[in-house]
Design a protein around this ligand. Structure first.
Ligand SMILES: CC(C)(COP(=O)(O)OP(=O)(O)OC[C@H]1O[C@@H](n2cnc3c(N)ncnc32)[C@H](O)[C@@H]1OP(=O)(O)O)[C@@H](O)C(=O)NCCC(=O)NCCS
Length: 172
């Protein structure tokens, strides 16, 4: 069974409650994490938001003991590590997560949706053509990575990952 509650913005990140698969294969309460566009995804802002989320949901939904935050996003594609420096916010963000292994037939290609997130263009479902790639701006290292990756014949994927929430201290 799955259910969704309201979505809350807590600092840099957004969350909604759910019930779903945990990394060990069991089903439990968890928070779905969303990354709105806007300010840089600094590690400090993520730490602060995750702490706020644990306190907020612990206080308002005490009957739903949370162990994990789960996220599904192109930002968790570990192929990004091949292009972006370790100090980049995106790489430091994705390294927080334990990724769900890829299974054949369960791939969520992100080539089309990343057009929106990385270039501000409409998302598309079909393949991105060589002609479209040639017209994309190349102003940032991520934009260059996107194009170089597709030109090499590979694809971007949205991946699912979990972050274990720290246990609640007594004082919370
Ligand atoms: C998440 C986000 C804030 C990360 O930005 P950030 O904190 O600046 O990321 P980094 O520090 O890792 O950036 C590394 C490089 O990628 C570039 N970059 C990061 N996000 C970018 C984006 N959305 N579009 C274009 N370039 C981007 C940066 O400018 C930087 O380039 P540089 O090396 O040439 O200076 C940003 O990607 C964003 O707003 N995304 C839209 C929201 C989104 O995708 N949500 C997930 C939906 S599933």
């Amino acid at each position: 069974m799955k259910f969704r509650g309201a979505e809350y913005r807590l600092g840099r990140l957004e969350y909604d409650r759910g019930r779903g698969e945990c990394p060990d294969g069991t089903t439990g309460f968890l928070l779905h994490l969303h990354i709105p566009s806007g300010a840089p995804l600094s590690p400090a802002s993520c730490d602060e938001s995750l702490g706020q989320a644990r306190r907020f949901y612990g206080r308002h939904f005490p009957d739903e003991p949370l162990s994990y935050v789960v996220c599904h996003s192109w930002l968790l594609d570990p192929q990004l590590i091949e292009y972006l420096p370790e100090r980049s916010n995106i790489v430091r963000f994705l390294r927080r997560f334990a990724l769900r292994p890829l299974t054949s037939g369960d791939e969520d290609l992100a080539d089309g949706s990343m057009l929106e997130y990385v270039f501000g263009q409409p998302s598309r479902t079909g393949p991105v053509t060589a002609r479209q790639l040639a017209e994309l701006p190349q102003g940032t290292s991520l934009q260059r990575a996107y194009v170089a990756h597709l030109r090499s014949g590979r694809n971007w994927r949205a991946r699912t990952g979990w972050i274990a929430l720290p246990a609640r201290p007594e004082s919370d």
